[in-house]
Design a protein around this ligand. Structure first.
Ligand SMILES: O=c1ccn([C@@H]2O[C@H](COP(=O)(O)O)[C@@H](O)[C@H]2O)c(=O)[nH]1
Length: 274
């Protein structure tokens, strides 16, 4: 199952996900001032980062908004980058955060689990409930696709709704338990399900609470670096099992030396576990 591959990549290389949230202002002058198309410029920027980091990272995550912002050319660069990551043998997450009625969800599933934008995992938003998430499940049956469902996000305002008490527990815990239940059918050989959850690195206490309750859930953990999350906050989570992968986008791709930035991030996370 793809979740086993992801877990095994984490065990082998460390729990690092490089976020390719490419923006025009990050692209160096030598690429930017060339005669090439925007598609080529974005792709070249991404390729440089992938070439420098593919042996150190468990997976890549592409934030689709960064590519949609460039229109058709941006989406071509998105597609080309996905293919290149696959050629290098790495796992890729499409951070698309979709959530809509079932007939539309079926189309989102087709768009991102097949064809030009095919990825290994996508992120989805559970706000519309079970029938907005279940259309993705047919793609999980073969074991080679997975979902990360938003549970407790990294942003400051995540408390506005996600921390509301519902039936004597915070909403994020209720949602996390549902995610665990949805995933029961899809647990792989390492004990983790193809349906994981997104919990921000900026919520170190909450992520431990969720993980203590949801033993089969694997976590996508954004919020490291630019948003203030650090390795120390993850020590309690990772001390028993490497049950997640930590994303940093700006912290790595805006660095003069992305490879060094990945190595520093890995050291900052792993040093608390020794
Ligand atoms: O709770 C969430 C869910 C998703 N994200 C996404 O992760 C990256 C973070 O980028 P940084 O530059 O490392 O801050 C970005 O794509 C977000 O859309 C998140 O930050 N928090």
């Amino acid at each position: 199952m793809i979740i086993d591959r992801l877990y095994e990549e984490v065990m082998k290389k460390g729990p690092i996900c490089v976020g390719l949230d490419t923006r025009i202002e990050y692209i160096s002058d030598d690429i930017l001032n060339s005669e090439e198309t925007i598609e080529e410029k974005i792709f070249k920027f991404n390729k440089r980062i992938i070439d420098e980091t593919f042996d150190l990272t468990a997976c890549y995550k592409l934030q689709i908004a960064c590519y949609e912002a460039f229109g058709i050319e941006g989406l071509k660069a998105y597609s080309k980058t996905l293919k290149y990551i696959k050629e290098k043998g790495n796992i890729v997450i499409g951070d698309i955060k979709r959530g809509d009625i079932s007939s539309t969800a079926k189309m989102y599933a087709k768009a991102h689990f097949e064809g030009d934008f095919e990825v290994d995992f996508i992120t989805v938003n559970p706000y519309m409930g079970y029938d907005a998430i279940s259309p993705y499940f047919e793609y999980l049956e073969k074991g080679n696709k997975g979902l990360f469902v938003l549970a407790k996000t990294s942003n400051e305002s995540s408390k506005d709704f996600q921390e509301l008490e519902v039936d004597d527990e915070p909403l994020y815990m209720k949602v996390s338990k549902e995610i665990e239940k949805w995933g029961e059918k899809y647990v792989g050989r390492n004990g983790f399900s193809l349906i994981g959850s997104v919990v921000g690195c900026t919520n170190p206490k909450e992520i431990v609470d969720i993980s203590n309750t949801c033993k089969n859930t694997f976590f996508l953990i954004p919020g490291y670096g630019a948003q203030g999350g650090r390795g120390k906050g993850l020590s309690a989570l990772f001390k028993n099992n490497m049950c997640g992968v930590v994303n940093s986008s700006r912290g790595i791709i805006t660095s003069d030396n992305p490879r060094e930035a990945v190595l520093e991030m890995k050291e900052d996370i792993l040093k608390w576990l020794r």
